[in-house]
Design a protein around this ligand. Structure first.
Ligand code: SF4
Ligand SMILES: [Zn+2]
Length: 111
């Protein structure tokens, strides 16, 4: 993970996956089930390859949509569940995520 922005982005989805997995898959704090671990590894790989990097919009607003459909659906489920719970459990990440949602996608970087 090269830059701070992408690292924070990862931290946010990691926190969301934690809430989701504990809430719906019954895992203990600081643990994820194999399915959610796989999803997070996939997200990390996508973020590392994201052509926008520090200019990244939210993936929901991205014109590229680099996720494969099944993973995109899984991330959507995580967001749907964890989004409304983030303010209580991770207020700073939640506010950052809300502000980030207002950002439009710039043209992707070349090369
Ligand atoms: S969907 Fe778009 S913004 Fe999200 S990681 Fe892929 S290229 Fe980057
Ligand atoms: Zn899980």
């Amino acid at each position: 993970m090269k830059n701070r922005f992408i690292k924070k982005e990862y931290k946010t989805i990691e926190a969301m996956a934690g809430l989701y997995c504990r809430g719906l898959h019954g895992t203990d704090k600081k643990q994820l089930c194999a399915d959610c671990e796989e999803l997070l590894a996939y997200v990390k790989a996508r973020l590392d390859k994201c052509p926008y990097q520090e200019q990244k919009p939210t993936c929901a607003k991205c014109p590229i949509h680099c996720y494969k459909p099944a993973m995109r659906e899984k991330v959507r489920s995580v967001m749907r569940y964890a989004g409304p719970r983030m303010l209580k459990h991770h207020p700073l990440l939640a506010i950052r995520h809300l502000l980030h949602g207002r950002r439009e996608a710039p043209p992707p970087r070349k090369g």
